[in-house]
Ligand binder design. Structure first.
Ligand code: UD1
Length: 419
């Protein structure tokens, strides 16, 4: 079992390139199923989840080649329309491939997806959306058996702006003759990036980033090369780490618009954040201040994927803060672990009240999920003494060697193997 061993207390100083976004790359990889020619993804991030998605493509018949920074996918040899349980159970994003497989083969058999255990995470919105396009979907013994032979362009209403459902419905619509209109879409930057990727291959997708997306069906996509956006959640994680530890950190390759809600919440909060082009500099040298209330919301609201990390920050802030988690019902699992480090947090349903402590103290904590794990690392970086963060395979799903990034900024953190 791998763990992080952290000796807290170091300031963070230096410069770091932000990696490519996991949540952008996953649907882009699913999108490559639509293509019969080769695709090259530049700056391919080797997170556990993106590697699993590549394995799904290989299992479908694609040939994939990982180079130092890029990945090449030969999509012409994809012939299967079924995803095996062992791969689908690892990542929730396996469900994105449903829309793409249906689009290419007019049929699909996919198992219920896995992913972080942060709540019920149903897929009803995906299924309802695909049904509105005419797909027939039967749910039997943990599999979805789908027939897309009568799919037609249509108007699709999504009841809640789900990121995954929006992406799935886009992927299912690319080849449908006529114009598909998707209403109440999620607006996340990763959706814009998926549309940009598909459009670069010849798709006609309009309005991504707004709540209505329209898709003019095309006959086929050609191959191409694409560089996805960088990861706004990793960016936010390191901004918060700097605020907590103090120091002077410059993050490169950042689109600061993508973290506008975080920057808004950190305005006047004992740190100076400046943006010059794609460089974001954080200078912090005082204990952070509490934030009266933060609620997670779909983009452009405060991201649920940064909730545990900001909670770690608030647990050492001056004053009392309130955090409301509106997206996922089980996304407070890090709180029990933060308390082991001395945090004072009270939970009532989806609300957490955090009384900032002057000091946290090193302890042995356990990751329960990806972003919660990142929050625990941040807390360990400021805690007095030694912190061990166990089960870091959760963190590896979405941060590539997080310890190396943090070491490069001066943190005292090591990856260790426990018996
Ligand atoms: C994506 C992100 C994840 C992030 C989440 C919310 C990827 C790979 N993952 O996940 O990191 O935390 O957006 O920003 O991009 N819901 C339903 N029925 C459905 C689908 C969703 O009820 O069919 C609910 C979910 O339970 C949740 C809310 O809608 O409460 C938002 O989920 P959604 O936007 O779909 O998240 P994901 O796409 O799974």
């Amino acid at each position: 079992m791998e763990s992080f061993f952290i000796c807290g207390g170091n300031k963070l100083e230096g410069e770091l390139d932000i990696q490519t976004s996991k949540n952008a790359v996953l649907p882009i990889l699913a999108g490559s199923i639509l293509c019969e020619e080769d695709i090259i993804i530049h700056k391919f991030p080797k997170y556990e989840d993106t590697l699993t998605m590549l394995k799904i493509l290989e299992d479908l018949g694609a040939k994939t080649y990982i180079y130092e920074e890029d990945v090449k996918i030969e999509c012409g040899s994809i012939q299967k329309s079924e995803i095996p349980v062992n791969l689908a159970s690892k990542i929730r994003s396996s469900i994105f491939s449903l829309g793409a497989i249906l689009s290419r083969f007019k049929k699909a058999k996919v198992p219920y997806p896995g992913g972080c255990a942060i709540g019920a995470r149903p897929i009803d919105l995906h299924i309802k959306g695909l049904k509105q396009l005419g797909a027939k979907i039967v749910d039997k013994h943990g599999f979805l058996y789908c027939d897309g032979s009568n799919m037609k362009s249509s108007v699709v209403n999504i009841d809640f702006p789900s990121v995954g459902a929006t992406e799935n419905i886009i992927l299912a619509s690319v080849f449908l003759k006529g114009r598909t209109k998707i209403i109440n879409c999620a607006k996340e930057p990763e959706i814009v990036d998926l549309a940009n990727f598909l459009n670069s291959l010849g798709a006609k997708i309009y309005g991504a980033g707004d709540s209505i997306i329209e898709i003019e069906g095309v006959e086929k996509l050609h191959g191409g090369e694409y560089t996805p956006i960088t990861d706004r959640i990793i960016t936010g994680t390191y901004v918060l780490a700097t605020l907590m530890c103090g120091g002077d950190v410059t993050l490169n390759k950042v689109n600061s618009d993508h973290i506008a809600s975080l920057m808004h919440n950190l305005k006047n909060n004992c740190c100076k954040i400046t943006v010059k082009g794609d460089k974001l500099r954080v200078i912090a040298n005082k204990r952070p201040k509490a934030i009266s209330k933060i609620e997670t919301q779909p983009y452009p609201g405060f991201p649920t994927d940064l909730q545990p990390q900001i909670m770690a920050m608030l647990s050492i802030a001056r004053g009392t803060s309130v955090v409301v988690e509106n997206l996922f019902e089980s996304r407070f699992k890090h709180i029990g672990e933060l308390k082991k480090l001395g945090a004072d947090i009270l939970v009532n349903d989806k609300t957490a009240i955090i009384k900032g402590k002057n000091m946290l103290y090193g302890a042995n904590v356990i990751c329960q999920d990806l972003r919660g794990g990142a929050g625990l690392v941040l807390a360990g970086l400021v805690a007095k003494g030694y912190t061990t963060v166990d089960d870091i395979f959760h963190i590896d799903r979405g941060y590539y060697h997080m310890e190396k990034d943090l070491q490069c900024l001066g943190a005292n953190i090591e990856r260790i193997t426990k018996a």
